[in-house]
Design a protein around this ligand. Structure first.
Ligand SMILES: [Zn+2]
Length: 299
């Protein structure tokens, strides 16, 4: 209870600003996105994937006037090195939890990535988890990617009436994934490769197959088809463009004339902040954020 901030009184708590997403980097050399929510002056962050080193992540956050101390939780889609940098196993900020799918626990343990504040999630109905400081409910869904799969998320800010979908490294887009993400306000989704560029890339055949066989990555067209079916309401953020087998101009052309705004993330330059809408008139209180809870497997 000593945790409770002085503004825990709902009457006194400041109004929340719209949540926002910013992709720090995306691509096979490292993926990290920041989701931010909370009242002005007390914004909290959640990292979705942490594939950049802690040092680089800290620097990028500082360059945008944020700090690692604001990070509530680190949520990872899967444990490939471009989505979770080994440095985080010992450098998780403050009281943050490392949240990963239960299926990835064994791999995390074998690879020495299991932080003592690891909190596994699963995808059973109702298996959602709440990132407290952001007042955000994450509903994960396991999609196909290599042998262990990858978690895609529908993230709801119930009190604000807004939602975000996040899907990367999904080998294909089954109907249940479309249903899971249907109608979100902002959709972040991978648009990994152009099939023609992939075919003529000179990459070894096994690698091309691994990427294109339904358990690797989405092509630009598969991404576009998924976007059409998911029907995001406002904004699409494209993730994980292949440096070798894709070009941003090509992708922009595919989405030209769409009725949503488009942001294309890159490996080297953070995107701008993409704001989620703010529908509810509710003045969410910050009080719930500080309820003491048992945090982590080994807390
Ligand atoms: Zn990846």
């Amino acid at each position: 209870v000593s945790d409770l901030p002085s503004h825990a009184d709902p009457e006194a708590s400041p109004a929340w600003e719209p949540p926002a997403l910013r992709v720090l980097a995306s691509g096979s050399a490292g993926n990290c996105s920041v989701l931010e929510a909370g009242p002005a002056g007390d914004r909290r962050l959640c990292l979705i994937d942490a594939g950049l080193s802690p040092r680089k992540t800290r620097r990028l956050l500082e360059e945008m006037g944020r700090s690692l101390d604001q990070v509530e939780d680190v949520v990872v889609t899967h444990l490939d090195h471009d989505h979770f940098h080994a440095g985080w196993a010992t450098a998780l900020p403050g009281r943050a939890l490392l949240r990963l799918h239960r299926r990835h626990l064994g791999r995390a343990e074998r690879s020495g990535l299991l932080h003592r504040r690891t909190e596994p999630f699963d995808c059973a109905p109702g298996g959602s988890f709440h990132v407290q400081g952001l007042d955000a409910a994450f509903s994960p869904m396991l999609a196909s990617h290599d042998s262990l799969g990858v978690a895609a998320f529908r993230i709801e800010f119930a009190a604000l009436g807004s939602s975000l979908g996040f899907a990367t490294d999904v080998g294909r887009v089954p109907v249940r994934l479309i249903e899971h993400l249907a109608g979100v306000d902002v959709l972040a989704i991978e648009s990994n490769y152009c099939p023609d560029m992939q075919a003529s890339s000179g990459r070894p055949e096994y690698l091309k197959r691994r990427i294109m066989d339904g358990s690797g990555h989405l092509s630009n067209q598969q991404c576009l088809d998924a976007v059409h079916e998911i029907r995001p309401r406002e904004h699409v953020v494209l993730l994980h463009l292949s440096r070798q087998c894709n070009r941003p101009e090509l992708v922009a052309e595919l989405h030209a004339g769409a009725d949503y705004a488009l942001t294309i993330s890159t490996q080297d330059q953070p995107t701008r902040w993409v704001k989620l809408p703010f529908r509810a008139s509710v003045n969410t209180t910050a009080a719930a954020r500080f309820e003491p809870v048992q945090r982590g497997l080994f807390a």
